[in-house]
Design a protein around this ligand. Structure first.
Ligand code: 5AD
Ligand code: SF4
Length: 441
């Protein structure tokens, strides 16, 4: 989400005639787009600010403006303004349109801030400037904010109320991305299946998105397990360019913990949903988010999370130790009483189990055929290319002259680790060709 927001900020600033540079040393204005989701995300920002302070001291000759954007700006505006004399401006996630004015206030020698949250702002009319992507995959924000109020989560406080961008403006952006040669778009929101622009549901939007370009893959992140309509699953199953991969955050496998977390589903309902997904979309891969050591979590409750994960067998999991955040229900109502070393131990247990599951699942991939969208050169070797399957697994294979990034290729999986598949190239292909072949087979 922050990557996507930065692309909006780029656009607003470039409209004003500002130009991006590659190194902080060259910059006159430095913005740091911040995250508050866990304490360690905020710590990284404080450290980065220290680096900028040193930089500012080194180059006394030229002025340098430093701004803090995003969730931390919202959460601890006063603290940043007072403690960090370095910081000239603080701007929350709904106030980026105000950046040019705030920058001119700073030029006049004032400190400037806008952390007002909005009920409407979706930046729908602003064309993101994508500078750091690979030219193949892009993010498109479809909604902002969140109304769910999970007990552990700071997002509703830093990003405000839920609001959806119109389907029309989203489809227009998808068309432009397709014209520019992008082959994969991830639709983003804190809670995408609550998408509602007054006329379209998320399922409607996904269907419309699938029709823009049959050779453009569509992914999304993140949905909430509480409302996942069958209709959406059917649309994903039917449309070859809607990817068969779903991120479905469970957070915990124990009903009491889920209740304390204010997650309005039970373990049983969650497992039913997983079953339904696998039934309607054969071969679908799943990933999840897990929090370990939430307030009051007992050893048995932790075991329930372990057993849920063992039962579902996720292809990927983002696993975190609980980090208490100000203003959240958990902070006001519960004690953060699981000792740090216990949180860490439980986290390592779920990570270790998950790595074994991933390796086991990846081994089953050996011998299977996949359609891979080539993203570029593999990190490990210039002689190899890499890209993802429809099911979001990274595949590495030997480079061949006629294959370029942005191409679809068919590969046979030959080997794997817990994180990557290795494959042999069969031939260049396309979504339409591949889906005709698999239907015929
Ligand atoms: N502590 C740890 N993890 C958190 N997340 C959200 N809030 C917290 C917190 N206070 C995790 C959740 C969410 C993901 C984006 O971050 O798992 O799904
Ligand atoms: Fe946070 Fe819950 Fe909203 Fe996700 S759904 S952003 S975890 S409040």
């Amino acid at each position: 989400m922050n990557v996507s927001d930065t692309e909006i900020v780029n656009s607003i600033l470039m409209e004003e005639g500002m130009q991006p540079v590659n190194e902080p040393e060259e910059a006159e204005v430095i913005f740091i787009n911040t995250c508050s989701i866990r304490e360690n995300a905020e710590e990284r920002v404080w450290n980065r600010l220290k680096e900028f302070k040193a930089l500012k001291r080194e180059r006394k000759d030229r002025d340098m403006t430093v701004g803090v954007l995003g969730c931390m700006a919202e959460r601890i505006r006063e603290q940043i303004m007072e403690k960090e004399e370095l910081v000239d401006l603080v701007v929350g996630p709904d106030a980026y349109r105000d950046l040019p004015k705030l920058l001119s206030d700073v030029d006049d020698g004032q400190k400037a801030a806008n952390t007002i949250l909005s009920l409407e702002e979706t930046y729908a009319d602003i064309k993101p400037v994508r500078r750091n992507d690979n030219g193949v995959s892009a993010f498109v924000t479809i909604m902002r904010g969140c109304d769910n109020m999970c007990a552990f989560c700071v997002v509703p406080f830093t990003r405000g109320r839920e609001r959806s961008r119109t389907a029309e403006s989203i489809i227009e952006e998808l068309q432009e991305l397709s014209d520019q040669g992008y082959k994969e778009v991830t639709l983003l929101g804190q809670n995408v299946n609550s998408y509602d622009d007054g006329e379209h549901s998320f399922a409607d939007l996904m269907y419309k998105a699938s029709q823009v370009d049959p050779e453009m893959r569509i992914r999304f992140s993140s949905p909430h397990p509480k409302d996942f309509p069958e209709e959406l699953l059917e649309i994903i199953a039917e449309q070859p360019n809607l990817c068969n991969y779903i991120h479905i955050p469970a957070q915990s496998g124990n009903n009491e913990v889920l209740e304390r977390m204010r997650r309005p589903y039970t373990r049983e309902q969650y497992l039913e949903l997983v079953e339904k997904m696998r039934e309607i979309i054969p071969g679908v891969t799943l990933s999840t988010d897990i929090i370990t050591g939430f307030c009051g979590e007992t050893e048995e409750e932790h075991e329930d999370t372990m057993s849920l994960m063992a039962k579902v067998k996720y292809d990927l999991a983002y696993m975190f130790a609980y980090s208490e955040r100000g203003r959240t229900l958990a902070q006001r109502k519960y004690e953060d009483d699981v000792p740090e070393d216990v949180k860490k131990r439980r986290l390592s247990e779920i990570i270790e189990q998950q790595m074994n599951i991933q390796e086991e699942l990846n081994k089953k991939e050996i011998g299977r055929r996949h359609l891979v969208l080539v993203e570029g050169t593999s990190k490990r070797s210039d002689e190899q290319l890499c890209g993802r399957t429809d099911t979001n697994k990274m595949v590495v294979f030997d480079r061949e002259e006629h294959i370029e990034k942005g191409d679809y290729v068919e590969v046979t999986i030959t080997d794997c680790t817990s994180a990557t598949l290795m494959g042999d190239l069969i031939k260049k292909s396309s979504i339409q060709e591949y889906s005709r072949e698999t239907v015929a087979a």
